[in-house]
Design a protein around this ligand. Structure first.
Ligand SMILES: [Zn+2]
Length: 322
């Protein structure tokens, strides 16, 4: 066991209740089931502690999303609609409450880090994911922006003003970028497949934030076929310098695993092993710059073969000694 003690996983079986209708929808409850299957038989088995999430605070939710949008989302679920705006965004009766829980998971994780006596590593193993959802828009399987809500919580509850977000999902987190576009206190870095080739078609490198937030967005757009070497080079050449200059009070990882070579959702070709390196980098940065204040929040990852091992090796990387 590392000095971090058991890995803290914020999780509830209620995340399985968000039903995307079967068929060929890729964002399914099976994703979380395969993660648990891997964790329970791998080297972290016996070294995991589950933290129970709570629903996101209403005021916090409204610091990211508009009241009108929240109302429409709730009403769509409770009235039996099957989608919110687009067939990608499948919903069921339970989806609204599950999304509130998914968005609140980071509150539990952040509280644990802030109040814990010993350093810990926290992973929010949640669904639905969040990084495509904007203030008033559901998009790409996402309804509430879990990562943006986590950043606001850290600021509002604990005064950790300078938040660094690293998004390593295959897709650009257009929602996180939109919400913090003009905000110099939240530095959003995304490494993703080039928008010319990939959903949602945002995340060009020339987009660097606007107004007071100019320079606090960094998009690293990789051509299709990019693999471990390109990611590691970007982290060492670009991300490391950005975080050093920014000197964050806390770090949030938008942890998506759909750039894996087995995952059909992108043309990127990361190995499973790469996620261990990403975890190791994040762990070191968290210790160097912000006293270990790092929360990882699950985003995408749709290959039911690759997702479990990728998460497992990522968590292993997070727990390595610097
Ligand atoms: Zn994705």
């Amino acid at each position: 066991m590392s000095r971090f003690g058991p890995v803290k996983i914020v999780y509830s079986d209620r995340f399985l209740l968000h039903d995307t209708g079967g068929g060929d929808h890729p964002e399914t409850a099976a994703r979380l089931e395969v993660i648990w299957r891997s964790l329970k038989k791998g080297p972290l088995a016996g070294n995991i502690e589950i933290l129970e999430p709570r629903q996101v605070d209403r005021g916090l939710l409204l610091s990211v999303h508009t009241e009108d949008y929240i109302f429409r989302f709730e009403e769509a679920c409770l009235s039996g609609m099957e989608m919110l705006g687009h067939p990608d965004n499948r919903i069921c009766y339970e989806s609204y409450n599950v999304a509130l829980l998914s968005a609140g998971a980071s509150q539990t994780g952040i509280d644990f880090l802030e109040k814990g006596q010993a350093p810990s590593r926290v992973f929010c193993c949640i669904r639905p994911p969040g990084h495509h959802s904007e203030a008033a828009l559901a998009l790409g399987f996402c309804f509430l922006n879990n990562v943006a809500i986590a950043a606001k919580y850290w600021q509002q509850q604990y005064g950790r003003q300078r938040v660094f977000i690293l998004d390593f999902d295959a897709h650009h987190g257009n929602g996180i970028q939109e919400i913090f576009d003009e905000d110099p206190d939240v530095f959003y870095v995304s490494i993703h497949e080039h928008p010319t080739f990939s959903f949602p078609g945002t995340g060009y490198e020339e987009d660097r934030g606007s107004g007071a937030g100019d320079g606090y967005t960094m998009n690293i757009a990789l051509p299709p076929g990019s693999s471990d070497a390109e990611v590691l080079k970007a982290m060492e050449d670009k991300v490391a310098g950005a975080i050093e200059e920014f000197q964050p009070d806390c770090i949030i990882a938008a942890a998506g695993f759909d750039a894996h070579e087995y995952d059909d959702m992108s043309g990127l070709a990361y190995s499973t092993r790469l996620y261990g390196h990403i975890g190791r980098h994040l762990s070191a940065w968290a210790d160097i710059y912000c006293d270990g204040r790092l929360v990882s929040i699950l985003e995408g990852g749709y290959s039911l073969d690759a997702l479990g091992p990728s998460v497992e090796i990522y968590l292993g990387g997070l727990c390595l000694e610097a």
